[in-house]
Design a protein around this ligand. Structure first.
Ligand code: FDP
Length: 326
């Protein structure tokens, strides 16, 4: 089943179908760009020299992917505004549009230079001030308000993982590179229970707060500790890939705030990383927390807000929460 047919079977909101379709189209162009790989390296790899709003060096591909998404969504009449990791402020597009789109155009971009997978993460929110130009404040809605979210993973194949929320579940699509169509591969993705895999950057251990250290100590203790089973670590260093693994074979992903970044709120971004992933995870039967609150309940104060993120298998997420509330 093609993406468009899947969407039409799940919702009567043709405007939402149109906005999702536009994002999918942009991702097809990004796929072709990335597939040129080393051939395109001289033109497109390397750093532009600018810093993005988080103070990180931008890779040129981040900029190109960002431009491709903006160009496509600027033509999408249902899109009233765009916010991106690569933009300081939101862009107002069509005042009569019904949607606001947020994205991280190339998540895990440090993986580009080692030919590992990267991804685009997106979130679609309703726009409530038709007729007026959208501003940053219009985007400050809790994650539960999302009309749809998903990611595109540019790996050995290009995969689109998508939810339109409200109990409609998660669909996984694979891009047919010959036709440029996304085809349904798996409907109603469910997170496997009883995982033995966890993903965390363990080199930060000494910077974590005690509850996170205790949680990871429990996992490392394996069958000799309180958890009574052995765990395995996986760390791709691209959130899209970690979440893709969790949705396909279970596990838990953790990016806690630590002593170095707690004043900034953590590392990952609420609006275009944590929220869209949390909606996917919850629709697949998992949980997502900032270690205390459900991610989807957090009231945003800034479009580039950062938070700690723990998501995936419910038993693991609840154990982390329990240790933080103790
Ligand atoms: P990146 O900075 O490369 O864009 O979005 C932040 C993120 O990647 C996540 O995708 C990834 O999980 C994490 O940072 C990687 O962090 P480490 O540098 O600590 O490995």
């Amino acid at each position: 089943m093609r993406l468009i047919d899947y969407l039409n079977s799940k919702t009567t909101d043709s405007n939402l179908v149109s906005t999702i379709h536009s994002i999918a189209q942009a991702s097809v162009h990004i796929t072709f760009l990335l597939r040129r790989g080393a051939l395109a390296e001289a033109e497109i790899h390397g750093e532009v020299g600018n810093q993005n709003v988080q103070g990180e060096e931008q890779k040129k591909l981040d900029v190109i992917a960002n431009d491709m998404l903006i160009e496509t969504l600027t033509k999408e009449s249902h899109c009233a505004g765009i916010a991106s990791e690569e933009l300081d402020d939101a862009i107002a597009t069509h005042p009569n549009g019904e949607h606001l789109v947020l994205f991280d155009p190339l998540d895990g971009s440090s993986n580009i230079e080692i030919n590992m997978s990267v991804g685009t993460i997106f979130s679609i929110l309703p726009y409530h001030r038709q007729g007026e130009m959208a501003t940053n404040e219009d985007f400050l809605q809790i994650g539960h308000e999302q009309l749809a979210s998903g990611y595109i993973m540019y790996g050995t194949s290009t995969i689109l993982m998508l939810t339109i929320g409200r109990g409609q579940g998660v669909g996984m699509f694979v891009l047919n590179p010959t036709t440029g169509d996304y085809l349904l591969h798996h409907d109603d993705i469910r997170i496997t229970r009883g995982t033995q895999e966890y993903a965390i950057n363990g080199s930060n251990y000494r910077h974590w707060f005690a509850p996170m250290q205790k949680y990871v100590d429990e996992l490392i203790a394996g069958e000799t500790g309180v958890r009574g089973k052995n765990y395995n670590t996986r760390w791709v260093a691209a959130m899209v890939s970690e979440v893709n693994r969790i949705l396909t074979r279970g596990g838990v992903f953790l990016y806690p705030a630590d002593k170095r970044n707690v004043s900034k709120g953590g590392k990952l971004r609420l609006m275009y990383e944590a929220n869209p992933m949390a909606l996917l995870i919850e629709e697949a039967g998992g949980k997502a927390t900032d270690t205390v609150n459900d991610v989807l309940d957090i009231e945003p104060t800034h479009i580039h807000q950062r938070i700690p993120v723990v998501l995936g298998c419910p038993e693991e997420v609840e154990r982390v929460r329990e240790l933080h509330l103790a």
